[in-house]
Design a protein. Structure first.
Length: 103
């Protein structure tokens, strides 16, 4: 059974991205930094270095990167648990963030 489509996906009808390569790399670096931090957090938690519950941000890194690109100077945000990725994405130092988790 054949299915008719109006616009086939191909290179000739693809549109150019409005974002620069530097923007994409910045998003990737932000997501990578958050992921590595959260992996270290999980390791510390498994070694019982972090007490209580620990909800990590793994799998949600793109939320922080995308949100940061949309926020403007002066915008405020409110978070709950799993906020490590947001804090790191907003520029918090990794050592300070980990120190907070260690108590």
């Amino acid at each position: 059974m054949a299915i008719a489509t109006k616009n086939a996906t191909s290179a000739k009808n693809a549109t150019k991205s409005k974002f620069s390569k530097a923007t994409y790399l910045g998003w990737y670096e932000n997501m990578y930094r958050i992921r590595k931090f959260e992996e270290a957090t999980l390791k510390a938690y498994s070694l019982q270095k972090i007490r209580g519950f620990c909800h990590v941000y793994i799998g949600q890194e793109a939320i922080s990167a995308g949100m940061e690109s949309a926020l403007q100077d002066g915008d405020k945000i409110v978070t709950a648990y799993r906020q490590h990725g947001i804090a790191l994405g907003r520029g918090m130092d990794s050592n300070s963030c980990m120190a907070e988790l260690f108590g």
